[in-house]
Design a protein around this ligand. Structure first.
Ligand code: ADP
Ligand code: ZN
Length: 463
């Protein structure tokens, strides 16, 4: 048996599939292998063909839901008429507001075929609810297992899942994926920081799933407990759920001594496992056998070409209970369709730049929190946390950036700190084009969230 194929139940290693893989792999023995070789080695043309077939099937299925029956009645497109993927653009978009207003009307199956529901974390208002049939849960677990396997996780790995196990999809989504892959899965859940460290030590965790801002925070707890994470066997972390910068990733990698992979998903598209980095780390492959990707201009809604940042729009291609068509995610990224050295033809999306709804407009300038993070995390003096406060004085918007400074630098004299504050202000100004008020604060004094970090406190309405 070939290394890497071992342990996956039910994977028949057929000559045919090896034939397809070998030319891509070159040196077969050293190169990556696939969880689902049949799908992961499809050529771009084969993938588009599969998507077209699945899109037709999805449209047909969607017509069983009251929402799409109404919506699609207005369009002259019948599922069988669809001759190219581009024709999807003739269909209307689905939005978060549609889901909020019409939730259960999206269902295509009777209620007693549903086995689970999840709700989005409600970052931007009332939570939206998504429902799953048994088949949906299995297909989702399969995608998460495939994502994890792609980065080098193998059966026998000890996987500590530090995500909330509730309505949020990050916890259970990865839990089922880890089990399906064959990991010893620790349902650690979010928070409980000292216990997290103890679990890692006790069970010799090799793989983590963790929110990036929490990963940085947890380093303080490691230090307090006198444990060096670099001496533990942990070698892979999945970081996602919130926008984060390349510098943030590098900090996590260096401090823990592991490789961190960016993981993207949203509850409306099942949850995690929509797009994931391969070992090349040159963007996140969208699992295009399950999701049809479009990138559109959020204002004009025109389709955008590769390399241009716009709003990600997804259509489910395999979902049974609640297929969504042209769902506007509000997440901003670009895509790339050049071939990836890993052999997967699936398009890659860039790091998420932010959400259309977490953009701050201040003094007429558009700012995303990630821009601030990028600047701060590149400065060695900056500790693990920061907070942006927006206030209003005399009709004037003021942005205050509170920045934690590492203990060793905080002990420096006043002149040093004044100078540091000036440097941070200048660096932020050149990135943001406006001048923020920078406040330096002691390490571990800003609030920490167990879930997604709260980066912006908008107090402008209080003025
Ligand atoms: P909510 O919209 O309430 O946060 P979810 O819990 O479904 O709902 O979270 C999905 C959202 O989380 C995505 O739409 C995206 O904004 C963000 N997200 C998920 N993964 C990533 C990632 N790897 N990088 C940046 N943002 C991410
Ligand atoms: Zn790749």
């Amino acid at each position: 048996m070939l290394p890497g194929f071992a342990g996956k139940p039910g994977t028949a290693l057929q000559a045919g599939c090896l034939g397809a893989v070998a030319p891509i792999l070159g040196h077969l023995w050293e190169k990556p292998v696939y969880w689902n070789p049949e799908i992961e080695t499809l050529s771009a043309e084969q993938l588009r063909q599969l998507q077209l077939e699945r899109l037709r099937a999805t449209l047909a299925r969607a017509l069983a839901s009251p929402f799409y029956r109404e919506r699609l009645a207005a369009s002259d497109l019948r599922p069988g008429d669809l001759t190219s993927l581009e024709e999807v653009r003739r269909l209307p978009f689905t939005t978060k507001e549609d889901l909020r207003a019409r939730g259960p009307d999206f269902l295509t199956v009777p209620r007693d075929l549903l086995v689970r529901l999840h709700a989005s974390s409600g970052t931007t208002g009332q939570a939206t609810v998504v429902y799953y049939t048994r088949t949906d849960i299995e297909a989702w677990a399969e995608l998460v297992a495939r994502s994890m396997y792609m980065t080098g996780v193998r059966p026998g790995d000890v996987f500590q899942n530090m995500m909330g196990y509730g309505l949020f999809t990050g916890g259970l989504g990865f839990h089922y994926g880890g089990e399906r892959l064959g990991c010893l899965t620790i349902p650690a859940g979010a928070g409980n920081s000292r216990r997290q460290v103890q679990l890692m030590v006790q069970f010799q965790t090799t793989v983590l799933h963790i929110i990036p801002s929490y990963a940085l925070y947890l380093l303080n707890v490691f230090a307090e407990m006198g444990v060096d994470p670099r001496e533990l066997p942990v070698r892979i972390a999945f970081i996602g759920a919130e926008p984060h910068s390349e510098d943030m990733r590098r900090r996590i990698e260096t401090a823990y001594g592991l490789k961190a992979y960016n993981s993207y998903g949203l509850s409306e598209m099942n949850g995690p496992g929509v797009a994931f980095e391969c070992p090349e780390q040159n963007g996140m492959h969208v699992w295009e056998d399950a999701y049809l990707l479009e990138v559109v201009d959020p204002q004009t809604l025109e389709t955008l070409p590769p390399g241009v940042v716009g709003e990600l729009v997804f259509t489910n291609l395999t979902r049974e209970g609640m297929p969504l068509i042209r769902y506007r995610t509000r997440d901003l990224a670009s895509y790339e369709d050049a071939p990836c050295p890993c052999g997967r033809a699936m398009r890659r999306i860039s790091r998420i730049q932010g959400r259309t709804d977490d953009m701050i407009i201040i003094k007429g300038v558009n700012i995303f929190p990630l821009q601030i993070e990028k600047v701060l995390m590149s400065l060695p003096e900056v500790h693990t946390n920061y907070l942006v406060e927006l206030s209003r004085h005399n009709y004037n918007d003021i942005m205050t950036v509170k920045v934690e400074v590492k203990e060793s630098f905080f002990k420096e004299d006043l002149r040093y700190l004044t100078n540091l504050r000036k440097r941070i202000t200048e660096a932020l100004k050149s990135e943001l084009l406006i001048t923020p008020v920078v406040e330096l604060v002691e390490p571990n004094t800003l609030p920490v969230s167990e879930g997604k970090a709260l980066r912006i406190l908008d107090r402008r309405h209080e003025a």
